[in-house]
Design a protein around this ligand. Structure first.
Ligand SMILES: Nc1ncnc2c1ncn2[C@@H]1O[C@H](COP(=O)(O)OP(=O)(O)O)[C@@H](O)[C@H]1O
Ligand SMILES: O=C(O)C(=O)C[C@H](O)[C@H](O)COP(=O)(O)O
Length: 338
């Protein structure tokens, strides 16, 4: 049976301070499996698609526990490679009120970051696959990651597999390699059918100043420049977050084709439980719509609803299914379903 999507990237163990506590305030840490690309795979699997993850993990209890967690949510982990190297971690302190969330990475020299680019046999891995999903985090983690991501998208293009790329800019990961970032990210975008990225990502990659005061106009101009520059590109999608505080925000979604723009209304987000992974939930929603042949408006509505709902689920993964998203979109007011 054809696989809907292969997601390539680092699977991370996330260690977070409980509730709204500061890191190590009371000594406890909650563990969740995460990582941008794994989040997309889990969400698509929960939406009923055949999703697989390809990554490199340590050949120890941590690496095997991560694989077990992905499998629990129906993700195919056969392509996962195990190596004798460390687990990539990130520490998270949730935000509250006027205090933003804080991510502390501890992933240098991880099994994924040090995996040589020839660790992955893309020709075999991409067989019978409709989409490859990669993100800008992989080239940011190491030169090996950058080489691997480029090899992956080139192989996907050669095999006629569609390419989804989430720009996911992470300044703290690029570090001293940041001058190389625009060149590497835009080379990957040359192969992409679908990009998740807004005007900031596009301006950064193409090296222009995005200074139009009107945000909508700024995003539309940037998208037009991306369609002109990246010749394989068919879709650009992003969310727009309006922050009143860390706990009270609004989220709206946009999907551009080369000729048209589809947007949603801003949805209020109240009592946010966990905002990490909302971008990945949105990405999975867009991919779900494209895989299902939904209309562009239906696709961005579904994706934005999925992104909103992720804010209610603790952990990196959006574990909600299609019926949960449809209930959200129906705007039926209920506090208990029974
Ligand atoms: N310094 C930056 N340069 C270029 N793009 C950036 C920068 N910081 C963030 N971005 C991009 O802006 C977009 C919004 O980022 P962010 O506000 O962190 O929200 P989200 O969690 O929805 O990705 C993302 O697509 C991200 O890649
Ligand atoms: O930063 C990384 O390297 C990670 O992969 C950690 C998180 O899982 C994703 O960053 C979630 O990203 P959002 O969906 O944009 O909140």
């Amino acid at each position: 049976m054809t696989r809907s999507i292969l997601c390539f990237g680092e699977v991370l163990l996330r260690l977070s301070a409980p509730g709204k506590q500061l890191l190590l305030q009371t000594g406890g840490l909650e563990a969740h499996v995460g990582g941008a690309e794994a989040n997309v795979a889990v969400s698509l699997s929960r939406f009923g698609h055949k999703a697989a993850v390809v990554t490199s993990l340590p050949d120890n209890a941590l690496g095997h526990a991560c694989v077990g967690e992905l499998r629990r949510h129906g993700v195919d982990t056969d392509p996962v490679r195990f190596r004798d190297a460390r687990m990539g971690l990130y520490f998270l302190t949730h935000g509250a009120g006027q205090r933003p969330a804080e991510v502390l990475y501890d992933r240098a020299q991880s099994a994924f970051a040090t995996a040589p680019a020839d660790s992955y046999d893309w020709e075999t891995l991409l067989k019978d696959t409709q989409w490859l999903h990669v993100s800008g985090i992989t080239p940011a983690v190491s030169t090996e990651g950058a080489d691997s991501a480029l090899r992956a998208v080139k192989a996907a293009r050669a095999a006629n597999v569609k390419i989804s790329f989430d720009c996911n800019f992470r300044a703290r990961l690029w570090g001293s390699r940041s001058p190389q970032a625009p060149g590497i990210l835009s080379e990957i975008c040359q192969y992409a059918d679908l990009i998740f990225g807004d005007d900031r990502d596009i301006a950064f990659m193409l090296g222009f100043k995005s200074d139009d005061a009107n945000a909508t106009e700024r995003r539309r101009r940037a998208a037009a420049m991306a369609f002109e520059t990246f010749r394989s590109l068919k879709w650009i999608a992003y969310t727009e977050r309006t922050r009143h505080s860390v706990d009270t925000q609004q989220l709206a979604g946009t999907l551009h084709s080369a000729k048209e723009v589809f947007t949603t209304r801003p949805y209020p987000l109240q009592g946010i439980v966990d905002r990490i992974g909302a971008g990945d939930a949105f990405a999975a929603g867009i991919l779900h719509g494209l895989l299902k042949g939904m209309t562009p408006q239906g696709t961005v509505d579904f994706a934005t609803a999925a992104g909103c709902l992720k804010h209610t689920v603790p952990g990196d993964f959006n574990l909600l299914g299609v019926s949960d998203v449809e209930l959200f979109l129906s705007e039926v007011q209920t506090d208990v379903r029974r």
